[in-house]
Design a protein. Structure first.
Length: 63
């Protein structure tokens, strides 16, 4: 996910996207612990996407 896509979203959409990404990260970590994860690098990508969402939220709050 690119930051420019996130910049155009509203605050509510960003919150929903953040929740969705956190849920996906939880599921990936759970599957990693049980040994069922196909792509372990996806965890890193999800973490970076969460950081991008949080950056966009902070930018929206500051105006």
């Amino acid at each position: 996910m690119k930051y420019t896509e996130l910049k155009n979203m509203t605050a509510d959409e960003l919150e929903l996207k953040g929740q969705e990404l956190r849920k996906e990260l939880f599921n990936l970590r759970f599957r990693l612990a049980t040994g069922e994860v196909e792509n372990p690098m996806r965890i890193r990508a999800i973490r970076k996407d969460i950081a991008r969402v949080l950056t966009a939220v902070t930018e929206k709050q500051r105006g």
